[in-house]
Design a protein around this ligand. Sequence first.
Ligand code: F6P
Length: 342
Amino acid sequence: MARIGILTGGGDCPGLNAVIRAVVRRGINAHGFEIAGFRNGWAGVLAGDFFELTHDNTSGILHRGGTILGTSRTNPYAQDGGGERARATLSKAGIDAVVAVGGEDTLGVAHRLSADGIDVVGVPKTIDNDLGRTDFTFGFNTAVQIASDAIDRLHTTAESHNRVIVVEVMGRSAGWIATYSGMAGGADAILVPERPFDLDEVCARIRRRHATGRLFSIIVVAEGAQPVGGIDDGPPETDAFGHPRLGGIAVTLEKEIEARTGYETRMTILGHVQRGGTPTAYDRVLATRFGVAAIDAVAAGHFGNMVALHAADIVEVPLEDALAEPKLLDPELYQTAEVFFG
Ligand code: F6P
C-alpha cells in the first residue's frame, strides 16, 4: 500500500484543513493510500515528526481556520545538509510521495526535493494570491472578505468623524488583497507594491474629494507598498527564505497625510486577522477541489506538478512554471479600481 505524506508550510491560511480533509478522504477511499501528516511544514519532515491521518481525525475540520498539522517557515535548504536530512526522513518513514501545501517558499522546497528525486505534488496556498500559473490560490477570497468587512466598518466611523482612515492589509509583493478589498469597500485610493506612490498626489486626491463636500476618505494600502524613492528604515528583519518582515507603512501614512492635508487621520493595520478564522464557502470548495486533484495526481504519477485553477477548471502545471515569477497585480484590474479614486 502506498504511503503519502502531507504538510502545510508558510503562513497559515483559511482552507488548509479543507485540503487535508480532501487528500485524506480521497486518498484512502479512492486510492487505498495511507496518509501521514507531517507537523509544522518542512520542520516536521526534518525532524521525522508525523502522525497517521484518518477519516476520524480529519472529520469536522472543513470549516476550521488554521491547520491541524501546524505550519512553519522552515527552509531545509537553509540548513547544512537539510535537503539530505529531509530525504532521509521521508525514506525512513516509508513515504512514497509528498503533497506539499504552500506558497512560493514551501513549493520552492518541494521543487528542489523533486529535482533530488522525491515525488511531490504541490497545492497553491497563500492569502496574497501571488503564485504564478493559477488564477487564484485558496485563502485569498477569505482574506478579501475579512478586509472588505473591516473597510465597511471603518467607512461609517470615518464618515461620522470626518476623518481620513488608512487601512493596511497584507500583500508583500502583490497588491491583490488591497485592490480587491479596496474595490469592494469603495476605497478612495489603493496603494500597492507594484506601483510606488506619490504622497503629494494621494493628498491632492483627498483634498479634491473634501472640496466637493465629501469630508472623509478611505485609503487602502498593502503592507509592501512604498513611496517613490522608497523609505530607508535600515535593514529589515528577514525569515528563513530571506523575506523581510513588513507592516507599518500605515503608521507613516497617518502622520504624513495629517501633516500635509490638515485633515484628522487614523490608521488601522488588519494584520493576521486576515489569515484567521473560518474560510469562505468559495475557499472551502476551491481547497477541496485542489486536495482531491492533488491526491489524484499522486495516484496518476504526475509528480513535479502543482494543481491550479484555470478559469473554472482544476488543472496541473509544472512546479517550475508556477515558481518562475510571482503573479503581480493585473494592470487592467487596477485601472478599473482607479476609476473610483477620490
Ligand atoms: O503568507 C503571506 C503573508 O500573509 C504575507 O502577506 C505577510 O507579509 C506574511 O505572510 C506575514 O508572515 P508572518 O505570519 O510570518 O508574520
